[in-house]
Ligand binder design. Sequence first.
Ligand code: PMP
Length: 409
Amino acid sequence: MRPITEAYKDFPILHKEHNGHRLIYLDSGATAQIPQMVMDRLTDHMLHHNGNPHRGSHILAIEASEAYENARDRVVEFINAREREEVVFTRNSTESMNLIAHSYGANFVTKGDKIVITVAEHHANLVTWQYVAEKTGSTLEYMYLDESGHLKDGEINKIDESTKIVAFAHVSNVLGMEFPVKELTEKAHSVGAIVVLDGAQSTPHMKVDVQALDCDFFVFSGHKMCASQGIGVLYGKRELLEKMPPFLLGGDMIEYVKEQSTTFNELPYKFEAGTPNAHGAVTLHAAIDYLESFGMDAIDAHEEELVSYVLPKMLEIPHVHVLGSQNPREKHGVIAFTIDDVHPHDVATILDSKGICVRSGHHCAQPLGAFFHVAASTRLSMYLYTRKEDLDAFLEVLKTVRSVMGFKD
Ligand code: PMP
């Protein structure tokens, strides 16, 4: 294993200047940066092995198919899926969620059924269920949180005999906290509901084992884990994927097409219509190799150390408030905060003026903002290449924000 301290030098973008300062990237929750090694693998593929996967018997079509399917096998291993039929390539978590909502939700949920989610969900795991509820005449019910971002006592009992789907984030993109997967999954399964786990913010940062999690569906995006944008994954248990109709229609997802009817391809191809993003898959394969050269546990531990370093220091700054748990051990590399009387966009702009990139806004989780009466916040999010000195620079600027805005204390 490589020591995590070596990661920083692998990312050319982290060595550029911005506004006369070294660029400091604290927005990995939005998208992660790309190491040189991933680019080198993509360059080699595109310059020497580029073809359309599954189409044609010439050398380049075969090499492209191999690269694409090898990437699938790498994902299967990475998340410990039972078999490659259970891993479908999509564009991102959002498209994976839409596939589940349209193909499973709209077909296997009916009037009188219930879909249960948490109020902390990303819109990708929320608007999709609003659609299914409206389309099927089912009800969308929310599990609410306490002040510290944990599920309130008793909320789990909203999962009852009428519940068909329970969907929630493995790790929240605002609170950085993990929901109690085991408890929620056991409860869901005990009433015959399926579990949809949004792994967009967990997969890049910790060891994921879909069999151990026992979720029925799991989604994540390559671009949050050092791969390129436009490649994502849907994992689904085979028996569910088998009975679901295709989501997108067209080339490659068919078996036979007659003038008036079509039979569909086997898994996972049934869900992969059109020319796939083989280039993205190559980057995802490389990114997994890259992350595992350090070890997912080491990445997780590194982020825990960073949060333990920066969070208490943030809380010492007057007027700074952190959303959700204040316990560093409960946060996975993501800290959203507000500063009294200062708009989060101003906080982000002041930080940007010193070369520091953070995210501000509603973080695609507006119901969570409404629930906490915080319409917008600023969010820093870290990754394996983040260093304590990046956080020191962030803290120095954070201390000045209110005075820059003209406040005296
Ligand atoms: N779920 C969560 C928890 C996320 O953080 C994100 C990305 N912000 C998504 C889903 C959607 O990911 P993508 O935009 O890559 O589809």
